[in-house]
Design a protein around this ligand. Structure first.
Ligand SMILES: Nc1ncnc2c1ncn2[C@@H]1O[C@H](COP(=O)(O)OP(=O)(O)OP(=O)(O)O)[C@@H](O)[C@H]1O
Length: 258
């Protein structure tokens, strides 16, 4: 297993957002995390990527306990994540967004930047090369000099993917990668996730679009009220009574059909 989560709990004051969840993510596969609104999915991602410290429990990545590491150190070890497209800088270009994202995660400090050391100049070149490479990978090279505000939501999703890929992660966490895009674009983004896997990445996504999840994921983890209520293949999840009751069945608005 690339990542193992052992009895993970996160409480915010009196509210337990993630409760005693154990799960694992297999290398080279696509794992989806699903569940109703407020189930704890984003908190789960925030815990894995070091944005929240667990209240109790452990997160083991490639044999190393990363439970207490800060986000920048988790990123350095090989876990990349997307943020909502609203985190992109609207007035900056696509390329600038990826370079800034990458620089925030590389080593040059303020002193280096002020004195323009050799390392800093070298890293600048590496950042540009890396940004061009990931923009090419996600298929938006031709938009490198376009401001974020001028491109479509689907193209912004691709830029968010590029940002996550810029640190060369082994595990990529994608938070609702297909929210707000049309069915054709959803298919294009699903293809991009498969391409990541074909290039050696392990993908874990949070997604409400069930047809996409069912056709794309190798493994699905279902959260409800902070607890894991099921874990299995798409077929197993589709047929699981508690998942049907909590999320998939009964005309719920949560599991989107498109
Ligand atoms: N930083 C925080 N402080 C306090 N409560 C929080 C915090 N982050 C999340 N919560 C609470 O934890 C619970 C789980 O929220 P979370 O965002 O993880 O769910 P989710 O499954 O991602 O929901 P959605 O599908 O709506 O994004 C919610 O009740 C939420 O209000």
């Amino acid at each position: 297993m690339l990542l193992t989560i052992d009895q993970l709990t996160k409480s915010f004051g009196g509210l337990t957002a993630v409760q005693n969840v154990s799960a694992s993510i297999e290398r080279g596969k696509i794992t989806a995390v699903i569940g109703p609104n407020g189930a704890g999915k984003s908190t789960f991602f925030n815990l894995i990527s070091g944005f929240h410290l667990p209240t109790t429990g452990r997160i083991i990545f490639k044999g190393q306990d990363i439970s207490k590491l800060k986000a920048e150190n988790v990123a350095r070890l090989g876990i990349g994540r997307t943020f909502q497209t609203t985190h992109l800088f609207e007035q900056a270009t696509v390329l600038e967004n990826v370079i800034v994202g990458h620089r925030l995660r590389t080593k040059s400090g303020l002193i280096d930047a002020l004195f323009r050391t050799k390392r800093e100049r070298l890293e600048e070149k590496m950042c540009l090369d890396k940004a061009e490479e990931v923009l090419d990978f996600v298929g938006v090279s031709s938009l490198a000099y376009a401001p974020i505000s001028s491109i479509t939501q689907e193209q912004q999703k691709r830029v968010a993917f590029a940002l996550a890929l810029a640190t060369d992660p082994e595990l990529v966490l994608l938070d609702e990668p297909a929210a707000g895009v049309n069915p054709d674009e959803t298919e294009g983004l699903a293809d991009l996730m498969k391409k990541m896997v074909n290039h050696g990445k392990t993908v874990c996504l949070i997604e409400h679009k069930m047809p996409m999840v069912m056709s794309l994921a190798d493994h699905i983890i279902v959260l409800n009220h902070g607890q894991k209520i099921a874990d299995g293949s798409p077929k197993e999840i589709r047929e699981n009574e508690s998942v049907i009751n909590a999320y998939l069945g009964g005309g719920t608005d949560n599991a989107s059909a498109s």
